[in-house]
Design a binder for this molecule. Structure first.
Ligand code: UDP
Ligand code: MG
Length: 321
């Protein structure tokens, strides 16, 4: 059965006990209806609830469902990477576990793939049941990222997409630790197309992307595709030196040629000094973000550590990373 899998579906799971069963049922129904051979790969990203147990149970009853169990929480993007590394299908679909991305779109993606597209990404038209804050920040972020980078990353798309086997193989060559996968896939090139959908609200449970993770994700995206923020220091330096010089001329002129005093107030001095200290710290912080990432790369640790796998063919079993 497993020698010719057409479609692999990769589902990252982090504390999803409330949704995993429903997700499995809906995915199974859709995949059965396609009449293609398929596998569904659950990647349990170090969940601390019953996700792991439940995934095991599903795998015991259905050999088409496979499980990769991480040794701890490595993060969404890494979970997707592991799933893609292990997938055997000719096409690989990545989908969130919370049913915000409708599984019913997969047959349409497969259709486009059969027409010859190598990447079929889901483009979000509306996002339901998400806070104004999330929608607003996402909208601004995708557009800002587009301005910052030279890579053509489609706006309002998540990781819900289908990729062809050759794209997955190319992706394996990209070994970055702090990954922004949807960006990397755009960077790879290939023939891409979007299919539109309305993003539902989470089936149950809460978002696993709190503000802290969102910020890290945003920084990863920007730093891995652009060094424009680093240029900020030089631009600001030139800009401020220019104005300081003009101001110096004004002071000199006042001192030499006019009768009025040059006023030196401590309040204004303090304000200016605080302002520039702030700017300096921000720029140091930006440099720090890049250096931290260089440090991560330099250590060269494996992307993920796997505790166990289930229902995979023999040759995949021994891999631990
Ligand atoms: N996820 C994960 N590891 C994490 C955080 C999230 O595998 O550390 C998974 C999560 O289980 C879900 C997907 O990533 O399947 C997207 O997460 P979520 O729906 O919470 O994000 P949102 O849709 O709110 O941006
Ligand atoms: Mg979600």
């Amino acid at each position: 059965m497993s020698d010719k899998i057409v479609c692999s579906v990769v589902v990252p799971l982090y504390n999803e006990e409330e949704v995993i069963l429903e997700t499995y049922k809906r995915l199974k129904k859709v995949m059965d209806s396609t009449n293609e051979s398929y596998e569904i790969i659950f990647v349990n990203d170090g969940s601390r609830d019953k996700t792991e147990e439940m995934a095991h149970e599903i795998c015991n009853n259905d050999p088409k469902i496979k499980l990769i169990n991480f040794a701890r929480n490595f993060g969404h993007q890494i979970a997707i990477t592991a799933g893609m590394d292990y997938a055997e299908g000719q096409a690989i679909v990545v989908i969130d576990a919370d049913l915000q991305d409708p599984p019913e779109l997969i047959p349409k993606m497969l259709e486009k793939w059969k027409e010859g597209y190598d990447v079929v990404y889901g483009k979000r038209l509306a996002r339901e049941g998400e806070t104004f804050f999330k929608k607003f920040t996402a909208k601004v972020f995708y557009r800002f990222l587009r301005k910052m980078t030279d890579v053509d990353i489609p706006v309002d798309t998540g990781d819900f997409r289908l990729i062809d086997r050759k794209v997955a193989e190319a992706l394996k060559l990209v070994n970055e630790r702090n990954r922004y996968i949807r960006g990397i896939i755009s960077w790879l090139g290939f023939k891409q197309i979007g299919v539109e959908f309305n993003r539902d609200k989470r089936f149950a449970g809460e978002t696993k992307y709190p503000l802290k993770k969102m910020l890290k994700f945003a920084f990863d995206a920007i730093t891995s595709f652009s060094y424009k923020p680093l240029k900020l220091a030089s631009y600001m330096g030139f800009f401020l030196s220019f104005f300081s010089f003009i101001y110096l001329l004004v002071v000199l002129y006042t001192k030499l040629f006019s009768k009025s005093f040059v006023q030196a107030g401590w309040a204004s001095t303090l304000a200016v000094s605080l302002f520039f200290n702030g700017i300096t710290l921000i720029i140091l912080g930006i440099i720090g973000e890049y250096i931290g990432r260089i440090y991560d790369e330099a250590k060269g640790r494996p992307l993920y550590i796997i505790k166990e796998t289930k229902n995979f063919s023999e040759d995949k079993k021994d891999k631990i990373t």
